[in-house]
Design a protein around this ligand. Sequence first.
Ligand code: SF4
Length: 466
Amino acid sequence: MGKTTEKFEVDLEILKKYDRPGPRYTSYPTAPHFHRGFGPREFYQEIVASNQWSDAPDLSLYFHLPFCRTLCYYCGCNVVITHNPHRIAEYLEYVKKEIRLISRLLNPSRKVVQLHWGGGTPTYLSPKQIRDLFLFINDHFNFAPDAEISIEIDPRGLEKDHLPTLHRLGFNRVSFGVQDFHPRVQKAVNRIQPETLTREVVRRSRELGFDSINIDLIYGLPYQTVASYRETIDKIIDISPDRLAVFNYAHVPWLKKHQRVIPEAALPGAVEKLAILKMVIERLTDNGYVYIGMDHFAKPEDELAQALRDHTLYRNFQGYTTRAGAEVYALGITAISQLNRVYAQNVKTTREYYQLLDNGNIPTLVGYRLNKDDQIRRYVITELMCNSRVIKAEVEQRFGIDFDSYFRESLQQLEEFIQDGLLSLLPERIQIHQAGRLVIRNIAMAFDRYLKEDQRKTQPLYSRTV
Ligand code: SF4
């Protein structure tokens, strides 16, 4: 990749100023607002009702495969550590039950345009189990020929047949967890993964011909410094994945008890952490990657970068996507479905999951039905996060409101961002500037009706925004 003009100049003072707790807005309203008043019955009714529509949108399927061999201490996922193969086999039988239950309710003309397996470690399943589950899914849903089919992979523990099996089945995007190459960091977070192994799995994936290779990194881990993390970033640039996600480590030991094992004194301080972020963004954009938004980067020819240029980027619980408008049906424990009018999250333990499915129930734990105001605000926040602008006339047309009067209070809250040169309020639109994209969560917070209520809670609900 050659140099591009997309290079970001990151202003550390701005990052410092806006570094405070706030939602990531993978949904609006955010998950803490889901409640038990919306359960299996309500979700069932919504699925039935929304599948009567003749213009029901495309489908995006997510499968949560929660098993891992060992626990990474930074882990923020919903994970089950096990060495018992029977537990995995049993879980897969129940996922099949859920597939039968849900697929029966869907309008068969709806096409799956996106399938994602996340976890946990989906490749903790054997190649045979992967094949079996994949074919089962394929038998129960109607896939578009160009569907995006992706999977999260832990390079540790991959068998020889894993990658060829995935490729043969039709997976076209692979995502490898790496986090940091530095041995001291790897030891402190209980994730030893030699650099040679990462290079090898990427090389084999390229040989097999997967369309896209993603690498996940994390900054803010113990013992990281700007200098040490620069080495990891430079090695990643050399490996040259098509996409990169560089997540901010969320240290929330009050929510994730195992994070208490992380030596807090070894965590980079707030200023060091922001300096690491600055280095990451500048180094990657200086080496040809496009900053997609939040924690994501892609090569300029990648379809995410294309969607960013075309203002057609979209975002759901799995991150940025080009498949705007598809409804997400998510299966497996803790998985969150996102339909046009509702969110529904599955139960969190296998025990409850098996019990509900044995009784023929959809395994919903909590959910949320969006009212009109939620839908308007979700649209505005999505536009800000994905396309760095909000065209007032589009919102007015879509929802029948007068933008300026509807959002008078929110617009007043933007004053500080305008003073800092992060956005412009124009007569016809809100336009986010380059520097504003780095604090987009803070800008989106001005449009969040529930934030004041959230901030009154004694325990912080959200990690820091930068
Ligand atoms: S491999 Fe991923 S999901 Fe499993 S413990 Fe580590 S970070 Fe969590």
